[in-house]
Design a protein around this ligand. Structure first.
Ligand SMILES: [Zn+2]
Length: 353
């Protein structure tokens, strides 16, 4: 539930509503998010979100991996790249077909199938598995590859608006692909009695410890095999899954419920969180795993932005630095975002009736 609180904060801002009115109106949604954590079903759009904090930080840091020819343009737009790092998640609840782009349930496939899929183009995979089934179990590695082509195209056309929007979005999907719990159908520990572990790993840990992480990852490098890299990424993240789950289980045997959890005030609401002591111990057990995955995300995002630019023929980005969104573009973007959020509101209201 903690993961949707920032969304409420945005709604309050966008609709200029008193907090109390909004919380009362959205109470069914708040409750449904709490219920999700107890549910063993896996409705696609109800999967938890990567922490907003981590997404923003990762996109922002990726700018600093870029070579001089790209750095000026991205630096000028760093606030946009940072703020829009979470836009793909905002779309998840309101745009059909968005949710599967954020994950892949690798445990749904036998080893031999996984290996075949990793080498398959999207079209081949559809022929083999069928589109519905692929979507049901997530498509993040193919989607990263598809975004890579789109961003290259945007660079070729020197379409500033699309370059920025696709850069922010591909950063989001790449970061998601690094999260071990984005590679399993047990995405929130709901199949192993560890409900809440998703937000714990990807929100609470980075929010608590990222300040001390070393994010110096060096310069972006050209990636010759983007699809292979995307697949390696989800495979590596999946290899880390066992520690994510087993360490939490192991540690839980040493803590009583009231020591494992505590209550904190978040955006004016009291929510149950993992206690500081439990969080510290778990983080130590994981031995820099979150830091490693965040660093790898930053590096891969830089590599992909750079690769798209190179593949587009290294267009001169200096003239593009002058770009300022027109008033209409600004308005269009604000309306689009408000519509996503409004749709969440409406969809839930209808379904509750
Ligand atoms: Zn996501």
């Amino acid at each position: 539930m903690k993961q949707i609180l920032p969304l409420f904060a945005r709604l309050i801002k966008i609709f200029n509503l008193p907090r109390s009115v909004l919380i009362i109106s959205l109470w069914p949604i708040i409750c449904s998010f709490s219920l999700i954590e107890n549910s063993s079903g896996s409705p696609l759009r109800e999967r938890p979100l990567w922490g907003f904090f981590a997404h923003k930080k990762i996109n922002r840091l990726a700018v600093f991996t870029l070579p001089a020819e790209m750095f000026g343009f991205y630096k000028k737009n760093i606030e946009y790249i940072t703020e829009n790092a979470i836009r793909a998640d905002e779309r998840r609840y309101s745009v059909k077909g968005e949710a599967p782009k954020h994950f892949i349930d690798l445990d749904n496939y036998a080893d031999s199938i996984r290996k075949q899929l990793a080498k398959s183009t999207w079209k081949d995979a559809v022929d083999k598995i069928g589109e519905d089934s692929l979507y049901a179990h997530g498509i993040v590695p193919w989607h990263i590859n598809s975004m890579k082509y789109q961003l290259t195209e945007a660079f070729r056309k020197r379409d500033v608006k699309r370059i920025l929007s696709l850069s922010a979005d591909i950063g989001h999907y790449i970061a998601d692909a690094h999260v071990p719990l984005h590679t399993t159908k047990n995405y929130n520990g709901q199949l192993s009695d560890q409900v809440g572990i998703h937000g714990f790993w990807e929100s609470r840990l980075p929010e608590t410890f990222a300040e001390n992480y070393n994010f110096f990852v060096g310069q972006a490098a050209y990636e010759e095999y983007p699809q292979k890299r995307a697949w390696q990424t989800v495979m590596n993240a999946n290899a880390a899954l066992d520690s994510v789950l087993s360490f939490e289980k192991e540690l839980s045997t040493q803590f009583s419920e009231d020591k494992k959890f505590s209550f904190e005030e978040v955006n004016g609401l009291t929510v149950r969180v993992y206690s500081k002591e439990f969080t510290n111990k778990y983080h130590q057990m994981l031995k820099s795993q979150v830091e490693r995955q965040m660093r790898a995300s930053v590096k891969m995002i830089g590599d992909f932005w750079f690769t798209c630019w190179v593949d587009a023929g290294q267009p001169d980005l200096l003239p593009l630095k002058k770009y300022e969104p027109t008033k209409e573009e600004d308005e269009e973007e604000k309306t689009e975002k408000a519509n996503w959020l409004r749709r969440i509101f409406e969809v839930r209201k209808e379904s509750d009736n």
